[in-house]
Ligand binder design. Sequence first.
Ligand SMILES: Cc1ncc(COP(=O)(O)O)c(C=O)c1O
Length: 397
Amino acid sequence: MNKIETDITEELARLKDAGLRRVLKSIESAQGPRVRVKDAGSSKEQLLLCSNDYLGLANHPAIKEALSRGVDEYGVGAGASRLVSGTMAPHRCLEECIKDFFSAEAALLFNSGYNANLGVITALAGRGTEIFSDRLNHASIVDGCILSRAKVHRYSGVESLERKLKSSKTERRLIITEGLFSMDGNFAPLPELLGLAKKYGATLILDDAHAVGALGEYGRGTPEMLGIEAPDIIRVGTFGKAFGTFGAFVTGSSEMIELLVSKSRPFIYTTALPPALAYASLKSLELVIAGTELRARLEENRAQMSQGLKTAGIDTLESESHIIPVIVGSAAKSTEVSRTLENSGLFIQAIRPPTVPEGTSRLRVTLSAAHTKEELSIALGAITSAVDSSLTDKKGA
Ligand SMILES: Cc1ncc(COP(=O)(O)O)c(C=O)c1O
């Protein structure tokens, strides 16, 4: 074995010892509130409480039909990057609809939210830029910041952000935040961030991946939920979560979008999103806009789960949303609790470092409009009992 190969073996052993080795679980059904999980040769049905399919659209018949119509009309592959083999009609049409939905000047599709963050950050920031990034921001934002070569300040709260903005040495300032934080389930202080962006002449990028579709009267995400008009923000959203499909978008000024087309490497140097997927996302957007009832159900489910966990004395951080962290502590314990729950018919993956800080490993419970009250009340009982016995073990250890 050469050095790289021995290092691979050692690194895997180290990850295993630290409870951080990750394994893929096989699901043999479509995504939905219940899935069939493959388990040692057979498969068993489990209640899924860790998906981002917040409105239950991932297996919606109208979206499936649209996808298949899109395939009939436009085939499967996009052939090349849109700058090479041409932009197909569904790409353009989806961009137009997204632009109108968010009342933005323009929109651009990306192949995923990960690519969208990399693409927008690296196109707008460079060596002479200072980026102010919330310490809870997603890995795709962190990676975009690193790739951009800008000077990066991680802030924690509005006061910390203002201190850093005050001592900044450049006029090229970019503030980046998630609208709804993906691991803690709390919201960014958007009005204050907009105020600081204005005061310090900074541009604000809002990654609203977990809120678009799910929050706001028509599903426009955190600004709509808060009743804020924010015409100057750059918004990143994904179709992979509440929209139930795949792909992502950036909205903003026409000039900014034009710059992305010419400069954004994750847009330029990759084969475009399959056109049929864009076609399916158009149907999904229609369902999102008409999805008031789904969002109301999601909110009811959030309230039931959140109140139940709090009443049971479980630490859910400051979660105020359909993402509810159940803090367990060590990586090993969180994997163990996840396994216990699996035996009780619940599929909730453990989230461990480096995704979350050391000592805060957790079950990231996510809710869908498709969960029923009965399912959630069974889940509450199982989670409470699994977490309680893991804490009792710790005391006894
Ligand atoms: C905040 C945030 N932004 C972006 C992404 C990436 O989106 P996508 O899954 O479309 O790549 C995620 C994915 O989990 C996320 O949580």
